[in-house]
Structures are given as structure tokens and as C-alpha cells.
Design a protein around this ligand. Sequence first.
Ligand SMILES: [Zn+2]
Length: 488
Amino acid sequence: MVERVREDDADMVDTNEMPGMDDDKHDVKETLAAIDHISPAVRDAGDHLLLDQYQGFDVDLMRMYYARLFPYQEMYKWLSYGHDRKHPQSDTSFFARREFSFTLDNDIYIRYQSFKSCNDMESAIRDKCPFKIDVGAVFNFDPSKRQLYQSAGSEKIFAPVERELVFDVDMSDYDDVRVCCKGADVCNRCWPLMTVVIRVLDTALREDFGFAHILWVYSGRRGVHCWVCDQRARKLNNEQRSAIAEYFRVYRGSENNAIKVSLPGSSLHPSLSRAYEQVLDRFFIELILPGQELLADEESWEKILHMIPDNDVRNQLRVNWSSRRQTNSDVDVNVLRWKDLEKCVKASKVKSHAMRRCLDEIIFVYTYPRLDFEVSKNMNHLLKAPFCVHPKTGRVCVPIDPQTCEDFDPMAVPTVSQLLNELNTASSEETSKTVERVKDFEKTSMREAVEIFRSTFLDDLCKSCKAELDAAYMTKVQASSKLPTLAW
Ligand SMILES: [Zn+2]
């Protein structure tokens, strides 16, 4: 499928055709790319020459991004889960058994990368400058050495032993219920569908499954990723992952299938009922119904009327909506018509289960999360790392605070060029004065992204990993102190 480029997104312009990207500036950029070899003072002094120079997305920008802004330490802290060599109970091979994969500039895809340490990871990323970094499972031994075991006729089978439970939701899976955009495009009218995903899944994962360490990340273009990082979640086998994913399967439809959700039973499952009361109903009425103009014209209302199993009600509503003149009410016409629909359905003489459930089913069809189930079901499935930059939009895959996800605006997510411009501005302002040395990302909008990563996810995760290692260590110490002492 050909991916459309949003006309209003200047970041997607081909950088080769961009004004200002002439040879002189390219030379300066090359110089800057080699910042390792010059002193910080010289580097900062040169930066002010480059104010607001960067646009678009290319390998040079990514080189600078990885040199100055990518939060390696936070990523390492997360993915080492406390096994950082400082704790007596830590498994020093843990991080090195994690698979990373890189997609390079020329579309070359390299799997089974592994790194011994944070420095090792940083060197590889800066050296290879991947356009995409995927994070895979933790294996029983170093993925980069898997062939040694496989070829030597070893009895050990190379296999994943741990992996975060992950969820991937793409806006393109909602194309049958949105009118504003299609495919990879998103806008502020359809983005609330992703807010619903975060609200519903986050609550269910915490309340129904008892998970606590959940990271939400913007995918950089059209969706969100969720990483459940509790030890219990990481140890789930494929069958258990499938079962959890299936728990969230409500939407079963296709464009040709009239019944698109399945809500069996005389009353809603408690998880669905909570989702409906806390999230779906409100989002449907306030944002989706008017935002997607679900009852604005005959074509759109027929899709909804199709889901009402009473011919009389359908005909009644067609008459009402076709003949009645628009009032001057402040209330949106879609909302007015929905109220009318609710009234007619409730007054219907048909009292079947399908009729009683049809209002709920319509709301679930138009709002309930639609997961990419395959991503969740298999331990060995790769998922793009947080803080990557999406090549098509130039936007950073920033973490989203689930508590304030209503405020998240995908159009306001910083792009790699914006961040580098911010860094230049900050650097040029500090050349004349003595400033305390702060990390480069803290001088840019990345600061907020990293702060959300820490405060909504990483800090608590580190505490709980330490507590788990402490407990394991105490158990070991107590066990060894109970050993019978040898009497000589
Ligand atoms: Zn849209």
C-alpha cells in the first residue's frame, strides 16, 4: 500500500529538495557530527552558527540525535531490570542476552544484536546509526552467539526465556469507523480513539491482571505501543500471552460483516462494563460521534442503523432524520440524532437480547480498542524501542503518561530536527557564561519525554526490581546460614 504524506506535515519533505541544505551547511553538519573529537567549548561556540538549520529526517540528523539526545542510560536501566552488576544477586549476563535489531538507512535489517553494557549499546547505535531499533526477547544465551551453539550440535536450544507483554495498536485498523483520515494518517479528530485504548487497557491491565509497571509509547506516526514489564508479565509463555490478548478481543468485524462485536451473556463482563461506564460512553458521545460525524448524512447513519435489529425502528429513524429540519440547537446534530436513536430503540416492541444489547454494541464497535493480536501473542515478536525516531514523520517515539493521556497531542510531539534546533539555541545562549554541565537532552523538549519515562514508569520499576533482588538474596543468605556446620 502506498503511504500518503500529510500535506500539513512539513517534516516529511524530501530533504534533498530542501532549501538551505547546501554544501556549506553540509560541511558544518559533518563537522558537528564528529563532535567526539573536539572539546565541548569549541562545539558549543560553533553551534550558534547553525540556529534553526535542521529540517526533515536524514542520516546526519540521526547521527547527531544518537550522539547527543538519545537517553541510553534510561534505556539501559529499564532493560537491565536491576541486573546492573552492583547488586550481589544480579545476573550480569541478563542485559547481554537481550535481542536488539536494527533497520539501517539502506533498509538493511540486522537481527540478533546484543550488548554487554550501556556503553556497548551506545557505541553500536552511534556507529550503525539505525533508522529503527527494535527490542526483542531475553534469550537463554547471548543472541549474537546463537550460531555457536546451534552449529556445534549442542543440546541447548536457543530460545526466548523472558519478554515484556506488549500491545500494538494502529489507527489504520479503525479505517471503517473514521472519516477524517485513512491509513497511516492521524489527526486530532481521530486521535481520541488512541486515548480510549490507553484508558481502557491501562485500567484492565492494572485492575484485572494486577500489573503495575506499564509503559505507554507513541509509535511516532499512527498509534501506540504498550509494554507491560512486571516480572510476572515477562515470564508469561506464548499460550498465556494469547489468552490475555484474547481477553481484549471484542471487535470481530470486517467491512462486510454486519455484526462487528460480540457481547454475549445477559449482562456485560465486568471489565467491559467498567470500560463502557468509565471511558467508552463518554468518549463516544463527546468526541467520536461529533468528531467522526457518525450520523451526519444518510451514508454514515445507514452503517449504524444496520446494527439495529428492528426494521420499524430503522424506518422510523430514517423518516425522522430525512424530513426533520435542523434546529438551531447548540447541540451537535450527530448527538441529537443519537439521543433520538436511543429513545426509539428503548421504546421498541422487540425485546430480544440483540435489541437490548444493540446500543452497547454500536458504542463498542466505534470505540473499543482494536489490537494487533499477533504482536502480543508471541514472546519472540519484536517491537520498536521507545525514543526511536519515525523516518516518515521525524517524530520521536515519546512515552505517554496514561494519567494525562487526554492531553497528549501527536501533532505536538517533537521532531528530531526541532530537538537539534532547540539544542543549538540552548548551546549558543550558554557559550558566554559558565554553566553547570547538564546533559544535552535536558536542554530540549526531550527533557519532558525522559521525565515522563522516569516518573510514570522507570523509577517505580527500579524500586521493585531492587526489592525482588533483595528478597532473592535474603532467601539465599538464610538458606546458607541454615546449612549444618561441620564439626571437626
Ligand atoms: Zn483523523
